[in-house]
Ligand binder design. Sequence first.
Ligand code: ADP
Ligand code: 5GP
Length: 205
Amino acid sequence: MTSAEHHPAPAEHVRRGRLFVLSGPSGVGKSTVLEHIKQAVPGLWYSVSATTRKPRPGERDGVNYFFRSGTEFAEMIGRGDLLEHASFADHFYGTPTGPVGERLAAGQDVLLEIEVQGARQVRRSSLGHEAVLIFLAPPSFDELARRLVGRGTEDDETVRARLDAARIELAAEGEFDHTVVNHDVRSAVTDLVSLMVEPRPDPVS
Ligand code: ADP
Ligand code: 5GP
């Protein structure tokens, strides 16, 4: 073992990770592209959110979400455990702060997949200056509706609520640093990955 391995670099020499926030209306394809991004960007850490919604078939606690009761979610807010949180289509969603801060401090890049109100909160948070906000947009509103209905995971009322929210979310696109249109999964993933692997200037020593 070399002496460098015995004595890791002092904390001030560890370059902080970058924080990527991927947002966009429900049904645009965020989860779909995310699965490809996880494979394509080694070392990128995906933050698992907490939510009060029920798991869909195949979703697992701690993998897709931390599925929590309303009371448990309120306790997380009360303890200040969430970097951001929002109410979306009758449920609460939030990002646990601790692991995000730890990964960034250790130099790892972090990805949050969250809706627009949460993205705004991240921008205003203490981590906002290092956040890169990316908006995933549908080719059209009709195509968004087709995808959301085609996914088949929500009842009609929930689809309507999500499409109502989508109109508001689409109007927020200009607040983001980058927009990627999800025409087809392959080119959207290519565009997203190129934003995430962009070289950074050397840190000032
Ligand atoms: P989100 O996570 O943004 O709610 P999903 O990833 O669940 O969206 O995608 C919603 C539906 O649209 C899924 O059935 C998915 O297979 C489909 N989809 C995703 N991207 C595309 C695309 N580029 N073209 C056609 N269908 C897509
Ligand atoms: P879904 O119920 O389809 O998994 O997610 C609904 C919406 O909540 C999506 O737009 C998704 O990006 C968003 N979302 C997921 N996790 C979080 C989170 O931690 N915070 C916020 N603000 N939104 C989230």
